[in-house]
Design a protein around this ligand. Sequence first.
Ligand code: PLP
Length: 407
Amino acid sequence: MKTNWPYEFPGINWLGKEEEKAVLDVVRKGSLFRYYGPQAPTHVAQLEDWAKHFYGAKHALAVNSGTGALCTTMSALQIGPGNEVIVPAFLWVSTVTAIVQCNAIPVLGEIDDSFNMDARDLRKKITKRTKLIVAVHMAGTPCDMGAIMQVANEHKIPVLEDCAQCNGGSFQGRKVGTFGKVGIFSLQINKNVTAGEGGIIVTDDDALYKRLVATHDVGVPWENSAPNEASDVQFWGQGRRMGELAGAVANVQLRRLPDIVTHMRASKQRIKTAISDLPGVSFRRLNDADGDTGPFLVLCFDAELHARQVLESLKKNVRNVWRLCEYGLHIYHNIGSLVKKVPLSPAGNPWSLPQNADSVYDYRKGACPRSDELFARSILITIPSRLTRAQEKEMAEAIRASLAEGR
Ligand SMILES: Cc1ncc(COP(=O)(O)O)c(C=O)c1O
């Protein structure tokens, strides 16, 4: 196995002097808190300004993590008992966590051969209790937001886009995160850009933004460097502020995002081209190849056995490779607390709440059979973010060798 390839953490390979300088600025000023300090803090505010411009959204709010962004957003949307929230079978545990934390009920939707939410199945999963649809742009690639928004608009159900894994991605020329009512991003170390921890929420909705600012902190919005106790928004806060150190790094990293994504997408495309003649294997369908961000390659085999055999060989030749069904908490049936319907408290909530009595769902393997079938015969390979042409060739050759060995 080659070990001299760059790290799989995309943003880390692009950290430079600018991040160092920004962090030093925070430390030297002693202004570590975003709203006030010994000197006026600037970094989180600049990050938010840049995020608005970059994503093309009216408002952007920085928070402490992607999970924090999801919980803040669902709470600000007042998701609660009696509500169902539809999520895809391929996701990350945090998306479900945020729903359960609101005492609402997650409903699973199938993915299609793009490995993102299947809009046709989404339509079937809508009930009169559906309060929110979460479109998760998984493994670097955008959902078909045209089809999803059509279903959502027909039923007048808001959409939250979880863009944690697709920062900088787009669908038909428009940035992911800006199609639905609200979009969230993560800045955790595995993501396209990182501050170690962090999240961003974007929306065009003025009233929602005010609630988001209130919810992410003390329950009332910050105005002029202080919580406005007299605000018309009086809610419950969650203590999810971003600090200036994370903001300093994120503010530089987000400006690097177009270069990172362009590089990853091109590397992935060249690797795909180099292995595209191999029989018995195809690639995940991309809803928009130009809007793909490139950190993962998904290979689909004709049969489960074939995928198993290739995986054994790939494990020897490349780093960070999984058969999708074994890809941890990204797959609904691997989320133990969901499968077992673990309650939030001894009262049994949310599952036992009378408001949720009509929302009884099974989350065990088999709940999404079409997704299960795809997961079983597909393999995900991480593409490091700063491969040289020579390293891309090595990677393509390693994959070719494994595909030949695994036949
Ligand atoms: C799809 C998705 N949503 C949300 C999150 C949560 O982000 P964070 O780790 O910053 O809390 C992740 C992180 O892995 C993710 O992949």
